[in-house]
Design a protein around this ligand. Structure first.
Ligand SMILES: [Zn+2]
Length: 476
């Protein structure tokens, strides 16, 4: 995410050694417990009710009819999942909207709505641990955004010209479909959406064609790269499309709302160059498609929706395009474990903008760093890059974050820093990670104990001591 108000594999022998040394622990097999209700939350400290426990989603197959004139949405969601415990019942998350029926493995299931956004499903017969199952939820209603005190509306939103789009973090997907709303449960995402013929549609992943129906035109999109729920989107407008390919053949589809400036279109035309540049820093592009969604609405942020970031009408510029595409590695392919780890998304996407300015505009980043360090006040240093508290995720990560990474670059040296940037996304591709893990990994690559450095920059909330503020040759 880039706030509009801000400004926003090669595996070498060494890499193989690092990979081997950082094995991910697999839980030992347990005796199958008897069936019990799945947890109503996925355990995030800031948003404990988000997501659910007891199962793992593999795929969302969503069929939606939407009428822009009435705002009426009718949906059928088919979730393919695997039970991770014996389940007498399990939950999905859904904000508002009316559930009409639920079937589990084809049989009618009981359901109830509880709490802010829980949909409790009780299958006809309990699910065994390890069992694959499908849940089919039919629902309808007029979607409404969730109001975030800092970011404004999140999730399903309406355009002034009658269109609609989905953008929000940390909350978004629950405003338009039933979902396991946690970054820890990634799944492929298949969408078929029917709208009146005069409207266009863009979503995540690859285009799978259109077909005429009696209610309009059905547009089919398939995202085969596992997606975190809030990275899924759909946008309905009178789009102007631009299509191309990256050098490796990956399809690029971008959509511009009516009135998009020539400057924004020219910036997006550089997307293959931008992804090339980011790949040279972070390793191979980890997603199956690319592009962008350029809104006319001047919303308060742009967002790294998977394969196809969505841009505020105020932010169709190179720096934001670099930022959101850097997230495809930092945030999308490697998602946070918990929201307190959001620096792994935003600090790196923000520093990617620095790297771009260094490579393409010849900017001296040491000068930039020293100038900023001189300008900032105690309030700046008090901002936290880790465990910043709910509602504070999208603040210091954009400003103090890139300074911390530039200091880290000098602390561990160019070679180790470049290795970290390339290896980390490969190591955790399509997975989740947290900041303490990143510290351990960086220490291993750099052969340095970095506790003091990480305390000063990432875990602390005061100006770092000179030894960490001006490591290496950063000293003015
Ligand atoms: Zn961002």
């Amino acid at each position: 995410m880039a706030r509009t108000t801000h400004h926003v594999r090669r595996v070498t022998l060494l890499a193989a050694a690092v990979l081997a040394g950082v094995a991910v622990g697999a839980p030992a097999a347990e005796a199958a417990p008897s069936a019990s209700p799945g947890s109503d939350g996925a355990g995030d400290a800031y948003y404990p009710q988000d997501g659910n426990g007891g199962y793992d989603v593999a795929d969302y197959n969503l069929k939606v009819g939407y009428d822009p004139a009435s705002h009426d949405l009718t949906g059928t969601q088919v979730i393919t999942a695997r039970a991770t415990q014996g389940l007498s019942s399990f939950n999905l998350d859904l904000n508002g909207l009316t559930v009409d029926s639920v079937r589990v493995n084809g049989a009618a299931a009981k359901f109830a709505r509880t709490g802010e956004h829980e949909l409790v499903i009780t299958p006809d017969r309990p699910l065994r641990r390890g069992q694959r199952f499908t849940a089919e939820i039919a629902y309808h209603g007029k979607p409404a955004p969730i109001q975030d005190p800092r970011l404004g509306p999140n999730g399903w939103q309406y355009s002034a010209n009658g269109g609609a789009f989905v953008a929000g973090e940390p909350h978004s997907a629950t405003t338009w479909y039933p979902v396991n709303d946690t970054p820890k449960d990634k799944a492929t995402f298949h969408l078929a959406i029917t709208v009146p013929d005069e409207w266009g549609v863009i979503a995540n992943g690859r285009e799978r064609g259109t077909s005429k129906t009696e209610r309009g035109t059905t547009h089919v999109w398939a995202e085969e790269t596992p997606a975190v729920p809030y990275m899924t989107t759909v946008a309905i407008d009178k789009w102007e499309f631009s299509r191309g390919r990256l050098a490796n053949g990956t399809p690029v589809v971008s959509a511009f709302a009516p009135g998009t400036s020539a400057a924004t279109k020219a910036a997006e035309a550089r997307l293959p160059e931008i992804i090339d540049f980011l790949s040279s820093k972070f390793g191979p592009y980890p997603v199956d498609a690319a592009g962008g969604i350029f809104l006319a609405e001047p919303i308060g942020f742009s967002l790294e929706t998977l394969s196809r970031p969505i841009y505020s009408g105020r932010a169709g510029n190179i720096q934001t395009i670099v930022h959101e595409n850097a997230h495809q590695w930092w945030g999308d392919s490697v998602a946070v474990d918990d929201w307190k780890d959001v620096c792994l998304n935003e600090c790196f996407a923000s520093y990617a903008q620095w790297l771009w300015s260094e490579a393409k505009d010849g900017q001296n980043l040491d000068d930039r760093y020293r100038t900023q360090v001189k300008q900032v006040n105690d309030r700046f240093w008090a901002g936290k890059l880790y465990d910043m508290g709910p509602g504070n995720e999208f603040t210091s990560v954009y400003s103090k974050g890139p300074l911390a990474l530039h200091a880290l670059r000098h602390q561990i040296g160019e070679r180790a820093f470049n290795l970290v940037l390339r290896l980390w996304p490969t190591l955790h591709r399509d997975g989740n990670a947290n900041l303490p893990e990143f510290q351990k990994f960086t220490e291993r690559v750099a052969h340095q104990n970095l506790q003091g450095f990480f305390d000063a920059w990432f875990y602390g909330n005061a100006k770092p001591a000179d030894q960490y503020l001006y490591p290496g040759n950063l000293k003015p």
